[in-house]
Design a protein around this ligand. Structure first.
Ligand SMILES: Cc1cc2nc3c(=O)[nH]c(=O)nc-3n(C[C@H](O)[C@H](O)[C@H](O)COP(=O)(O)OP(=O)(O)OC[C@H]3O[C@@H](n4cnc5c(N)ncnc54)[C@H](O)[C@@H]3O)c2cc1C
Length: 382
């Protein structure tokens, strides 16, 4: 309960993923009394492919986080190998760092605490209909607080807004379900210096080496196909369907799944008091390595709006306008990629054309680069 014993904070941030932890750091550095909460016990596992773009790394560096060990120790990989049936296409793409999310998120929380933010892990947090915030700790302690601003960064599986109707999710019917794991060995079909994407008619899996022998597996599949697998675990069934030889003994940890990946919210702020950031605003599969970068970019942008709200200078709708403008192109690109991935013969045709034509594969590599950069706001120095 120690973190909850502080005077009512000016800002409560719900969710200590990249969006919440970085905004806690930036606001604490600006002199704001911040309480960051998460329902998980940190470091906690997080379903993610772990591929962080250079834009995300630059953004962190601009806020004094260039020496984050989970990044500097992570392998840098610029080869993406696409597998579709027997076809294989190798592309050179702008490099990703393959990070361990449990460590990365812990590093960001530590950096927020160093800047002066308080952190309450294992604290289920809920915004009540009167916009007070209820904090329920695993040990049983409970407290209600009324901060000036609430930042909701609780991701696509977040539960903090379930009592407030205007923030209801709009989930795309038939949206893929996400799941994944950390394995102690890289499957033999994958290589240490590449990220591989494997595709079949009802889903796909990305596998990335963590550099210490372990591998991250992140996957998405059609919910109807998952249902047909009856009792089989979705990850086992998917790896079998993709002919990926991971023995269940080598799976170190199965990361909790994520339902209905493609989803959005019609409203992402209210009355200059509640702001939504990161995945809590919506998510479009596929996970082409930009989700964390966008969560970090939202944290960067919400700082000024929060400071304006605290000083009474915020005008309702400014965050929504900025967020929607920056997201339009990114969502279009992600939706287009998702459409290709959902049509097996189209994916096979793309992989086959790329393996035969250097010009075509060069175009694909540029498209991956564009997905990585997508209209990111200008990186500024703190
Ligand atoms: C299968 C898959 C693969 C992906 N691969 C990649 C990739 O390779 N690269 C990439 O950049 N992105 C990837 N992403 C996307 C990326 O994981 C997200 O975009 C990113 O984690 C969003 O960060 P966030 O801070 O908004 O939310 P999150 O990281 O989801 O953090 C939300 C936090 O809120 C907490 N929380 C939820 N509810 C409550 C509550 N009521 N009270 C308190 N705490 C709460 C959760 O415990 C969690 O810690 C992938 C996503 C999926 C599903």
């Amino acid at each position: 309960m120690e973190a909850l014993s502080m005077d009512t904070p000016e800002v409560i941030i719900i969710g200590a993923g990249p969006a919440g932890a970085l905004s806690a750091r930036l606001l604490a550095r600006a002199g704001v009394r911040v309480l960051l909460t998460d329902r998980g016990a940190f470091p906690r596992p997080k379903l993610c492919g772990g591929c962080l773009t250079q834009s995300g790394i630059d953004l962190l560096a601009s806020h004094g986080l260039s020496e984050t060990t989970s990044i500097t120790n992570a392998p840098m990989i610029d080869r993406l190998v696409l597998h579709s049936g027997a076809q294989r296409l190798s592309l050179t793409v702008p490099p990703y760092r393959v990070i361990d999310r449990a460590r990365f998120d812990q590093d960001l929380v530590d950096s927020a605490m160093r800047a002066g933010a308080r952190f309450a892990p294992e604290t289920q947090t809920r915004v009540l209909p009167d916009h007070a915030v209820e904090l329920q700790q695993r040990c049983g302690a409970r407290k209600n607080l009324t901060p000036a601003v609430i930042i909701v960064a609780d991701g696509i599986k977040g539960t903090s807004l379930r009592d407030i109707e205007c923030f209801a999710w709009l989930t795309r019917p038939g949206a893929h379900i996400g799941f994944g794991a950390i394995a102690s060995v890289l499957p033999s079909i994958c290589e240490q210096d590449s990220i591989s994407m494997h595709h079949f008619h009802s889903g796909y899996a990305g596998i990335a080496p963590l550099g210490d022998g372990r591998a991250i597996i992140a996957a998405a599949a059609d919910p109807a196909w998952i249902k047909q697998q009856h009792d089989a675990k979705p990850l086992d069934a998917l790896l079998r369907a993709l002919s990926i030889d991971i023995h269940s003994d080598t799976v170190l940890r199965v990361n909790p799944g994520a339902p209905g990946l493609t989803r959005q919210r019609a409203v992402i702020e209210t009355r200059g008091r509640i702001f939504l950031i990161g995945d809590a605003t919506g998510y479009v599969e596929p996970f082409t390595g930009e989700g964390m970068t966008w969560a970090l970019a939202d944290a960067d942008m919400i700082r000024d709006h929060t400071l304006a709200a605290l000083s009474g200078a915020y005008r309702q709708g400014q965050w929504t306008t900025q967020h929607r403008r920056l997201n339009r192109r990114r969502k279009l690109l992600c939706r287009s990629t998702a459409r290709v991935l959902r049509v097996p013969h189209l994916t096979r045709a793309v992989v086959s054309a790329g393996s035969r034509s250097k010009v075509f594969s060069g175009g694909l590599a540029c498209a991956v680069g564009a997905l990585q950069r997508q209209n990111l706001p200008r990186v500024r120095t703190a």
